[in-house]
Design a protein around this ligand. Structure first.
Ligand SMILES: *[C@@H]1O[C@H](CO)[C@@H](O)[C@H](O)[C@H]1NC(C)=O
Ligand SMILES: *[C@@H]1O[C@H](CO)[C@@H](O)[C@H](O)[C@H]1NC(C)=O
Ligand SMILES: *[C@@H]1O[C@H](CO)[C@@H](O)[C@H](O)[C@H]1NC(C)=O
Ligand SMILES: *[C@@H]1O[C@H](CO)[C@@H](O)[C@H](O)[C@H]1NC(C)=O
Ligand SMILES: [Zn+2]
Length: 745
């Protein structure tokens, strides 16, 4: 068996060497053509104007951001409805046209959305044997500020839930992770079959909770926000602080695929073939969210054993698993009434462009979504408020005679809250262009949820860029400045350091990896565009699962000015970081993409896979050293191309372009023509959203997924054969990446 793997490896190597030869031959032809068409006159050595950065930072201001936010959050603006798709779309188009962008275009798509039933929104209750309902949950969150009393506020619901009125015994499933369900099933032997489950929010994407509940036979799922995850004892709740009040309920979608579920991998344009909705992977069970004011009424009546360690939340009750209720409720059941229904609606992306002077066919893309569950003062309008100011700033620069080397693209995405619909449809529609021309994508969703620390995640090759940019942006935190930390970077490093020393950069701040929490997903996963995501956020040691008012009616403009960013200085810092990161990508002669850092990422993943699975892999005749060898080979190629930059003749635009293209294409080398097994839209075999938590990240996803819970599978031979297949695919991609960085001549 060991022989087979070695043979497979040799075959891969031969194929790779052949590909290198083909690439070499084509590059050779390219070089010859380039040589003949080379301009005879010697060009000036291009230089980068360092004063531009300062101008761009100074041109944006806090007052504009504040008034943008005020306007954007003056009404609820959910996807698919007039306030967002007409009013805000018109507003953004008009602003950008007035700013003088070179082009402003809207891209509409008719897509499948989902809403609760108007006038009969969802609730849950206890139902007695005679059918009478009690302890009925609130259909609406309490109005705390009069602006929240608005007919356009959509009541708490989970988008794409099935409709239904199940009645059954209740089972508490903790966070509803795959491990929680496995624990219930194998360790506690408590069945969730034909029962209603209640899970607390946190840890993983809510759509995965629904997937697991369905997989384990639940006929309904209630999601609630436990105070342990959204409050801090003694700190109060909104409106006294930014923690979650008792009726606050988190809205959110449950969709596992990205984009319109009827058109997986293709755009929802007029000619699109539409999959029957019943055949999509949307949930088949009713799911709805409630606040802890209601959850406690059901949880404190539960029978069955006490929960194991780590499962109890912060309510003042004894948490029990169930199934069912105790005492006078022993014969009662849990009931859900969910009338959420799907609806086809038109959503729109607004795109603005500033043409690049030297390389107009290379795109640096900035994106933020526009739609909000309600007012969206943090999610996403904090981001939109700075997007608008950044576009104004860039437009001013252009009016003053500056123009970026490469084209800037600004995107206001529609229907992100419904599972990244606007960005996914657009990436699908323009995938051919993006695959060959997009330099990078920088996402800002929630720009500022708190003022504690800057946070970023993305592909490792863009880490250095962000470290450098944040070192040049003044710290909005005046206490930190007084403590000697003058830049955003300084506080980032002090408050959230990486727990290991980076082999290239030394001690650095923590930089995360991308799952599928926002619009960067399809850029990276389907067209291999290097991507970044960033925000200003809270102190993780508080232990909250997200900022507490996330997706509630309480995310209002006044809440932001009271508890998040009183004078908008953090918003301004974010605008500066975003603008400058994009400007460097658009303006630098050599792209600020550090391939060496990708080798670090591969190494980190190698180590963690070996720690968890190394022994078992070797026991199944997998030569784990081979993976390490190809990573080292990649690392060598990355160092070589990195070192070549210094000697590059910057007057030769052909050589510069060729060099940059190699940097740009690195990410594409990790894409496979075949998507990851069971994940039809994800094609990146080095980094992908995790299989059991769409928000999280998995390194080497094909390989890691193939080994999940493998010991419990009766089909050991079949499973290990798949592991070997995935192992060879992974090696192939790393070799491919190394070859894209090389010029054999
Ligand atoms: C639950 O319903 C019962 C029966 O109507 C009622 O007596 C009790 O007060 C309710 N409990 C709560 C917390 O609302
Ligand atoms: C555990 O899961 C298996 C497979 O889904 C199922 O057949 C079995 O009935 C479950 N056991 C319990 C106690 O629910
Ligand atoms: C889809 O399923 C629903 C519920 O089972 C059913 O009412 C509807 O007719 C189905 N639609 C199609 C097109 O089969
Ligand atoms: C928790 O509940 C117990 C029993 O109902 C009560 O005596 C105690 O005061 C409660 N503690 C808090 C902090 O509310
Ligand atoms: Zn968002």
């Amino acid at each position: 068996k060991r022989e087979r793997v070695t043979m497979a490896f040799k075959r891969t190597l031969i194929v790779t060497l052949f590909s290198i030869f083909v690439v070499a031959a084509s590059i050779g032809v390219g070089v010859v053509i380039g040589w003949f068409s080379r301009p005879s006159q010697k060009e000036e050595v291009p230089t980068e104007d360092s004063s531009i950065q300062q101008k761009l930072m100074d041109i944006m201001n806090k007052e504009n951001i504040k008034s943008n936010l005020k306007h954007l959050t003056s009404k609820p603006h959910i996807a698919g409805r007039e306030n967002d798709e007409i009013e805000l779309v018109n507003y953004i188009e008009n602003e950008w046209k007035t700013n003088g962008l070179d082009n402003v275009v809207s891209y509409p798509y008719d897509v499948l959305l989902s809403y609760p039933k108007q006038g009969d929104s969802n609730y849950v209750a206890i139902v007695a044997p005679d059918g009478s309902e009690s302890n009925i949950s609130q259909r609406k969150e309490a109005v705390i500020d009069p602006v929240q009393d608005d007919p356009d506020v959509v009541d708490p619901f989970n988008a794409y839930s099935a409709a239904g009125q199940p009645e059954a015994d209740l089972v508490y499933v903790n966070y509803g992770t795959i491990d929680d369900f496995i624990y219930l099933n194998r360790t506690l032997s408590i069945s969730t079959q034909n029962r209603i489950c209640i899970a607390r929010y946190g840890r993983i994407f809510r759509g995965d909770k629904a997937k697991h509940a369905q997989q384990y036979g639940c006929i309904g799922l209630i999601l609630y926000s436990d105070p342990a995850n959204y409050c801090v004892p003694g700190k109060g709740v909104y409106p006294d602080s930014w923690y979650l009040p008792p009726t606050g309920a988190q809205r959110g979608n449950l969709k596992l695929e990205r984009g319109d579920p009827r058109t997986i991998n293709y755009p929802s344009i007029a000619t699109a073939w539409l999959q029957d909705v019943n055949k999509t992977s949307l949930p088949k069970i009713p799911v709805t969210p409630i606040g802890y004011i209601d959850a406690v009424k059901y949880l404190d009546k539960m029978s069955g054993p006490e929960v194991p360690d780590g499962w109890a939340g912060g309510l003042n009750i004894t948490y029990r698993i169930g199934p069912g209720f105790v005492g006078s409720y022993a014969n009662s059941k849990m009931k859900m009434s969910v009338k959420t229904a799907n609806e086809v609606k038109t959503i729109k992306n607004v795109m603005g462009f500033i043409r690049g002077s030297e390389e107009p066919d290379r795109y640096v893309i900035f994106g933020n979504h526009r739609d909000a569950w309600i007012f969206g003062a943090t999610d996403p309008s904090s981001g939109t408020s700075i997007l608008m100011e950044m576009v104004r700033g860039y437009s001013e620069m252009v009016k003053q005679g500056w123009r970026p080397r490469r084209t800037l693209v600004f995107c206001s995405w529609g229907a992100e809250e419904y599972g990244l619909i606007g960005s996914t449809e657009w990436v699908e529609e323009f995938q051919k262009q993006l695959l060959f021309r997009a330099v990078a994508y920088i996402n800002v969703d929630v720009a500022v949820s708190a003022s504690y620390v800057f946070k970023s995640r993305g592909v490792y090759s863009l880490r250095k860029l962000l470290f450098d940019v944040t070192k040049s942006v003044p710290n909005p935190d005046q206490d930190e400045v007084a403590a000697g930390r003058a830049t955003v970077y300084d506080t980032w490093l002090a408050r959230d350091p990486s727990d290991s020393t980076d082999p290239i950069y030394g001690s650095v701040p923590y930089f995360g990896t991308l799952g599928s929490g926002s619009d960067y997903t399809m850029f990276l996963q389907s067209v291999g565009v290097p991507a970044l995501d960033m925000s200003y956020t809270y102190d993780y040691t508080l232990g909250v699962s997200s900022y507490p008012l996330y997706h509630t009616v309480y995310e209002t403009f006044d809440m932001v000015t009271k508890f998040v960013d009183t004078d908008f200085s953090y918003h301004l810092a974010m605008a500066r970081i975003w603008a400058e990161a994009g400007r460097r990508l658009a303006d630098s002669i050599i792209l600020p993409i550090d391939c060496r850092s990708y080798a670090v990422y591969l190494d980190e993943n190698y180590e963690s896979v070996m720690a968890e699975f190394g022994d078992r892999m070797r026991n199944h005749d997998i030569d784990t050293d081979k993976l390490k060898e190809v990573i080292d080979l990649f690392s060598k190629a990355a160092n070589e191309i990195y070192n070549k930059a210094a000697g590059l003749d910057l007057t030769n635009s052909f050589l510069v372009r060729g060099y940059n293209d190699q940097l740009m294409q690195l990410e594409r080398a990790f894409l496979d023509q075949n998507p990851l097994p069971g994940r039809p839209v994800y094609r990146h075999y080095i980094t992908a959203p995790s299989q059991h938590n769409n928000y999280g990240n998995a390194g080497f996803p094909g390989l890691v997924d193939s080994m999940f819970d493998i010991d419990a599978d009766p089909d050991q031979d079949g499973r290990w054969d798949e592991v070997k297949r995935q192992y060879s695919i992974l090696i192939f991609h790393i070799l491919s990446a190394a070859s894209t960085l090389r010029n054999p001549v």
